[in-house]
Design a binder for this molecule. Structure first.
Ligand code: DGL
Length: 273
């Protein structure tokens, strides 16, 4: 859908995810655009999305977007790789404000990072099955070769806080052994949770593989979009962020502080079906 120019620079950036993982994207917003106000919704009642059908994820993604549209937001960021992979076009045709997903920026950044044209992709089952990253990469450069692998246990490890140590190493070794032999020189972390496992992934694959974090690339894209419209927040006042979930606020707060690397004061619960 053709989007109008953003005029209200002081409106918030709306971000949704299936749960707590999208806070890795919010962390980058706080780092790269500290003046911006964030309204976040994590659909913790219906988590995870990575094992659901595309139809269900599309439905949930639209519901989440509608929740955020009730707040004054100037752009919608789909932080969830699964939702971005299967529902972005659907959302884009249904919603009038600009939408940024994580797939395009992540693929673009990987295409720039690779030297030998061989890129690995790791994500949820739904993300890998959708082939979303493979399609973007081949549109950018048809010569690029890809190797993909779903790594669902990484999500649980990140939430449990087991991001280093023997269990994390064993899971990483089991998932990534084939990728290590495949000759890739870049790996897309195509899931919100995987940036927390960077060090064990790096250790497993060796220093010859550059890790591409979709969260960073996505926030850079949001910044470009806002800047292009002259809509970056200007105020030097500490923005008043809002965090909402559909279930288990306290669990979200506790795990979220680790993902965000800073305290979360208030988490509000929103009823969903
Ligand atoms: N947020 C999801 C993603 O980035 C991971 C967790 C889930 O399966 O919902 O794909």
């Amino acid at each position: 859908m053709q989007k109008a120019k953003i005029t209200d620079s002081e409106a918030a950036i709306g971000v949704f995810d299936s749960g707590v993982g999208g806070l890795t994207v919010v962390k980058e917003i706080f780092r790269l655009m500290p003046n911006e106000k964030v309204v976040y919704f994590g659909d913790t009642a219906r988590f995870p999305y990575g094992t659901r059908s595309p139809e269900r994820v599309k439905y949930l993604a639209l519901e989440n977007s509608k929740i955020l549209l009730d707040y004054e937001i100037k752009v919608l960021v789909v932080a969830c790789n699964t939702a971005s992979s299967v529902a972005l076009d659907y959302l884009d045709s249904a919603i009038s404000i600009p939408i940024v997903g994580v797939v395009k920026p992540g693929a673009y950044s990987a295409a720039r990072a690779t030297r030998n044209g061989r890129i690995g992709i790791i994500g949820t089952n739904a993300t890998i099955e959708s082939q979303s990253y493979q399609k973007e990469l081949s549109a950018l450069n048809p010569q690029i070769q890809t190797v993909a692998r779903a790594c669902p246990l990484f999500v649980a490890l990140a939430e449990e806080g087991w991001t280093v140590g023997p269990v994390a190493r064993m899971v990483a070794e089991t998932y990534l052994a084939d990728l290590r032999l495949s000759g890739i020189d870049a790996l897309i972390l195509a899931c919100t949770h995987y940036p927390l496992l960077k060090s064990v992934i790096e250790e497993t694959l060796g220093s010859g593989v550059r890790l591409v974090d979709s969260a960073v690339a996505t926030v850079e894209e949001v910044r470009r979009l806002l800047d292009g419209d002259g809509a970056l927040a200007q105020s030097g006042v500490m923005p008043n962020h809002r965090f909402m979930v559909s279930d288990a606020e306290e669990r979200f707060r506790q795990i979220g502080e680790r993902f965000l690397d800073r305290p979360i004061q208030d988490v509000q619960r929103i009823e969903v079906e």
